[in-house]
Design a protein around this ligand. Structure first.
Ligand SMILES: [Zn+2]
Length: 509
């Protein structure tokens, strides 16, 4: 049995002025043919391989393409057409094919296709026909569309935040192999939910998100249910079908799938105001509280500049506060600024430079800040995060399973007690200690560290005393009402009041 394997993964912030190009994909890994299997040994594929082993299926993987970019601004039309071409010609050349597994994010917007995954799936079906079993894996921050549902036999999205790509690809593999063995005949229903919320309640281990995801897991124990998917869409996607989704896959029972997807949608709606609960505090107060904290390491979450949500990572909002408050405790700060890297390298290690830093990519939210600092070290390049626990996959390992990225050239700047890692490329924006360790720094020595994420600070767990979410502006800010929404289906809560629920077929035309 020959199973085609492809990956196309990127999460878009519609509000980022930066564009995602093929070069962006290359910084994280863009592979074709056999290289896909050699180099994509991340959780996104290992779980699928393990499911194949478990099902004892006799198969040959037929790798087509692997492209996974960091979250970023919209994908250029040229880049999407590159994937379309590679996928369609790759599949044609690889015939005969018996099934396909396609790893997607689900919230990738292209300049010419707001639902770029649906677009690719449609193009794919034109080549493989309607009958070939096709299962996709998604990030649970996906925006699931009608088109996506129409073009696939089944889907599985992450079940936890932090993400669990290993488990997700394993579940998707199990589903595909069950279809191929004739054990199930999937029937699938999608219910859109007219809801968009900030990311401060996105952890699935607590609060309303736990309640919602737990219900989905409980449903999977009910007779006839194959899989359930709850997708709180990442909240910076300004597209015509944007909003949360609930999907249920049953064994040949469409009415059951429809009923349960509605039950999941109703539960999210019931919890809507809990999802909107804010924890972030003003930047000045956040820095002050971190300085005053009894002990470190305080994780300062720069919610408005979450690189995992597609922001550019060059907000200097918290750095500016540290300079204004003239802090004297050790602080680690990540920054993306190619110009500063160039100047620092030219000046050389040990030299002091005065530069304008940050605020150059996303000029609508912040301006460059003047700083005088010493060039302490020069480094950068490809950084690899490898998990050491392939057998017992923990949630954290799921997230970290062998991801490598290119941060471009990078320098360590020192300004008093503030240490700034400045990179040419965004990479993971300082969201993993390895970015600092690379420069010989130990996060355990710092009082505070700025992370460019509102939820994914788990890599700092061993050092961390507390997390303070700062209410900062930017392409991923929590104050969703401040964005200039143009394409979202309206009405949508909480941008609009929605007194009646359920609203039949809302955003499903
Ligand atoms: Zn996600």
């Amino acid at each position: 049995m020959r199973i085609a394997i492809a990956f196309y993964m990127q999460e878009t912030s519609s509000f980022s002025p930066v564009r995602t190009t093929l070069d962006t994909f290359k910084l994280w890994g863009l592979y074709e043919n056999d290289e896909v299997l050699e180099k994509s040994k991340t959780g996104y594929f290992r779980g699928f391989m393990d499911a194949a082993k478990e099902s004892a299926i006799d198969w040959t993987p037929v790798p087509i393409i692997y492209g996974a970019s960091t979250a970023n601004g919209p994908i250029t039309a040229e880049t999407l057409s590159y994937f379309e071409e590679k996928i369609t010609t790759g599949i044609k050349a690889a015939q005969p094919i018996d099934a396909m597994y396609f790893g997607l994010h689900g919230a990738a917007e292209a300049e010419n296709a707001p639902d770029s995954e649906g677009y690719l799936l449609n193009k794919l079906r034109e080549v493989i026909g309607d009958d070939l079993p096709l299962v996709i894996a998604l990030d649970h921050h996906a925006n699931i569309t009608r088109l996506m549902i129409d073009k696939v036999d089944g889907l599985v999205a992450h079940r936890t935040q932090p993400h669990d790509p290993y488990d997700t690809s394993k579940e998707a593999g199990r589903m595909l192999f069950s279809i191929l063995k004739g054990k199930i005949k999937p029937a699938m229903a999608l219910k859109k939910i007219p809801l968009i919320t900030h990311q401060e309640q996105y952890l699935t281990s607590k609060g309303p998100m736990k309640i919602w995801f737990d219900l989905a897991r409980e449903m999977e124990t009910r007779p006839g249910v194959v899989s359930t998917t709850t997708c709180p869409m990442q909240p910076w996607l300004d597209v015509p079908e944007g909003g949360w989704s609930a999907v249920v896959v049953t064994d040949n029972d469409l009415p059951l799938a429809e009923r349960l997807s509605e039950e999941l949608a109703d539960k999210a709606w019931e919890l809507r105001d809990d999802f909107l609960h804010r924890e972030s505090i003003p930047a000045a107060e956040a820095v002050k509280r971190a300085v005053d904290a009894e002990r470190g390491l305080v994780v300062l979450s720069d919610t408005g500049d979450s690189v995992y949500g597609g922001a550019p990572g060059d907000s200097n909002c918290l750095l500016k506060e540290m300079l204004t408050q003239q802090i004297t405790v050790p602080a680690f700060v990540p920054m993306v600024d190619a110009e500063v890297v160039e100047k620092a390298i030219k000046a050389g290690v040990g030299e002091t430079i005065t530069v304008m830093i940050g605020g150059k990519l996303d000029t609508s939210f912040y301006q460059p800040v003047k700083i005088t600092a010493k060039v302490a070290r020069i480094g950068g390049g490809i950084i690899t995060r490898i998990s050491s626990a392939p057998d017992s996959i923990t949630t954290e390992a799921n997230e970290d399973l062998g991801v490598s990225f290119d941060m471009g050239r990078a320098v360590l700047l020192e300004r008093g007690s503030i240490k700034i890692v400045v990179s040419e490329e965004v990479g993971i924006g300082g969201n993993n200690p390895i970015v600092y360790e690379h420069f010989g720094l130990n996060p355990g020595d710092a009082k505070m560290v700025v992370v460019k994420t509102a939820s994914n600070w788990q890599s700092f767990q061993e050092y961390m005393s507390e997390v303070i979410r700062a209410d900062t502006p930017g392409a991923t800010m929590s104050n969703l009402k401040q964005f200039n929404w143009k394409h979202l289906p309206r009405p949508i809560y909480p941008l609009d009041e929605l007194p009646i629920w359920p609203i039949e077929n809302l955003s499903q035309e």
